[in-house]
Ligand binder design. Structure first.
Ligand code: NAD
Length: 553
């Protein structure tokens, strides 16, 4: 275990000593410890996205830890909404953990039902990667954010963001990646957050360059960086619903505008304009209805300013926080004139099942990640997205918690890399096993009609069969952990997703799991988009001979 200056009570796991009976169980235990070590409020089990939790409550957490230390190779731990409910006899090729988090039947899947069940201690929202113990800190979304910025650069700004101004908000668990991604993309980026502590923390860990004392100073810093074509990230403490309209009123039009406040959750996340943090914290317990009403009105102003920037020529997009949905409910009829990032920029990648794959060094040794970086560069020299990213990430992205790396790899590439790493573990070339996982926001793994599957070519946006099929496929493939999550808070009724983790412990059994699970996971992603009629997916399916059925356009 290593010290964790950010959260002293939550040390970072590592080292050669096992507490569990196998590396598979020990690996999953370390991942659970890691999501808390890098989480936003681990004392409340909160990892990110306002209320995304690692376990339902502390007794449930203790039960999971005990189960993972005692579980045998031929058993499977069942976790229901963050609570361990049993260990069943399965077989050595079966998953070691399967979990379902926050799934509520259709007519009841609403924010108020979720809050009620959560208050009664019956349910827990796992976010995407929090409840499935796959979160790796802000690094988890950083390449996605960087790729979005670079696609906008290619489409609108001649391939470069030097001298360009990005305006955004939210410096939390996921939003905290924005200043670093913006700087890596070469832009001058201004990030607004109401919570000074969050901004300070992002500066301390090297994700944010500086915090401006007020809007005038922030704009002056951005202006100077723009003029010099210098990359810079600036934080500003304030409410985005006040700052965005103020910037618009001054006649300033940023080049790119987005937002990553926790707008999806009007009780535990978004802070309405005119409310300070202590008042919001009190109202969360005493009068959540007031917060919902004030939050919606505030988001309406916030999004109206974003639409104003869009009308004046800025590239404006929704970064996956449901802000348009809330704004529409708050009376902004044309909120959906703002596009969602997946459809606008990333869908061609998802069609080829290229998405946010990641790996974590269970030893805690950064040198393991450095060796895998070298391997990636050697294995995929023609893949410009990945080689460019690995070189940038090495230079700019600090590790949080267990050393980890994310890289957008696709079908075949993920399997080849993971199996090669497993051979390195077997040969003793790494200090310990490596866990492979991915974000739930991946090709075959998510139905979310306002984020991942908005505007699908065949209209299949709201069909949640795909993540369920994905999870079942992953169980059939013997992945070590398989999770099915649905939305909580404002996301209730909006999404279903599947998650997977496989531990490369150097054994032949791990080689089989990695081969089957990672190959089938991405194959299903390509099949999902091919089924919807995307030419890129049909092409990928043909080129890589994916699936036994004949896919038609
Ligand atoms: P978080 O709760 O950790 O952080 C949210 C931040 O927003 C906090 O720092 C909070 O102080 C700030 N904030 C709230 N209201 C504000 C306001 N009115 N003005 C300025 N700042 C305000 O959440 P997170 O993990 O960073 O996630 C942010 C959002 O992004 C969530 O809705 C989450 O679901 C979504 N998300 C999107 C993706 C993606 O792939 N695009 C990935 C993960 C999360």
């Amino acid at each position: 275990m290593a010290e964790n200056p950010r959260h002293p009570g939550f040390p970072i796991p590592g080292g050669p000593v096992l507490r569990a009976k196998s590396w598979r169980a020990e690996g999953l235990l370390r991942l659970l410890e890691n999501v808390l070590a890098v989480g936003e409020a681990p004392e409340k089990l909160i990892v990110y996205a306002a209320l995304g939790k690692a376990a339902r409550n502390w007794p449930a957490h203790a039960g999971i830890v005990k189960s993972l230390t005692e579980i045998e190779e031929d058993e499977t731990l069942i976790v229901q909404s963050g609570k361990p409910v049993g260990i069943l006899k399965t077989h050595a090729g079966a998953p070691m953990v399967i979990m379902a988090n926050c799934n509520i039947v259709g007519q009841w899947a609403k924010a108020e039902v979720f809050y009620d069940l959560e208050r009664k201690g019956l349910i827990c929202w796992g976010g995407l990667t929090a409840g499935a113990w796959q979160y790796i800190g802000s690094q988890g979304v950083i390449q996605g954010t960087y790729e979005i910025f670079m696609r906008i650069a290619a489409r609108r700004f001649g391939g470069s963001l030097a001298g360009r101004f990005i305006l955004t908000a939210g410096l939390g668990g996921m939003g905290g990646a924005q200043p670093l991604a913006g700087r890596m993309a070469g832009a001058a980026i201004l990030c607004v957050d109401v919570d000074e502590d969050r901004a300070r923390m992002r500066r301390e860990i090297g994700f944010l360059d500086e915090i401006a004392p007020d809007l005038d100073a922030a704009l002056a810093l951005i202006d100077a960086a723009r003029t010099e074509g210098r990359a810079l990230s600036v934080g500003l403490i304030g409410n985005a619903a006040e700052i965005y309209p103020e910037i618009a009123a001054r006649g300033i039009v940023p080049d790119i505008v987005t937002d990553q406040t926790s707008a999806h959750d009007l009780v535990w996340g978004y802070v309405p304009a005119g409310y300070d943090l202590p008042r919001v914290r009190r109202l969360r317990e005493q009068n959540p209805e007031e917060l919902i009403e004030a939050g919606r009105a505030s988001i309406a102003r916030h999004v109206a300013a974003m639409l104003d920037f869009q009308a004046k020529g800025a590239e404006v997009f929704d970064n996956g926080n449901l802000i348009r949905t809330q704004a529409k409910q708050g009376g902004i009829e044309n909120a959906f004139d703002i596009p969602i990032f997946t459809e606008a920029y990333l869908r061609p990648l998802f069609c080829r099942a290229i998405g946010p794959f990641r790996w974590m060094a269970l030893s805690g040794e950064a040198s393991d990640i450095a060796k895998i970086d070298d391997l990636v560069l050697e294995m995929f020299p023609e893949n410009a997205i990945v080689t460019n990213w690995i070189r940038l990430a090495r230079a700019h992205v600090p590790f949080e918690g267990l050393p980890a790396r994310i890289a957008w790899l696709g079908h075949g590439e993920r399997t080849a890399l993971a199996r090669a790493v497993n051979r390195m573990v077997a040969a003793g070339e790494l200090a310990g096993p490596i866990a492979f996982s991915r974000d739930h926001l991946d090709a075959g793994a998510m139905a979310h009609p306002n984020i991942m599957t908005e505007g699908m070519r065949d209209g299949s946006d709201a069909i949640a069969d795909w993540p369920l099929i994905d999870a079942m496929t992953l169980c059939a493939s013997g992945a070590d952990l398989v999770a099915v999550h649905s939305g909580g808070g404002g996301y209730a009724g909006y999404m279903t997703s599947a998650g997977v983790t496989v531990i490369a412990d150097g054994t032949g059994a791990a080689d089989g799991r990695l081969n089957r699970a990672l190959t089938n996971d991405t194959a299903l992603g390509v099949i999902r988009y091919a089924d919807a009629g995307y030419p890129e997916a049909l092409d990928e399916a043909r080129q890589k001979a994916i699936g036994h059925v004949k896919l038609t356009a």
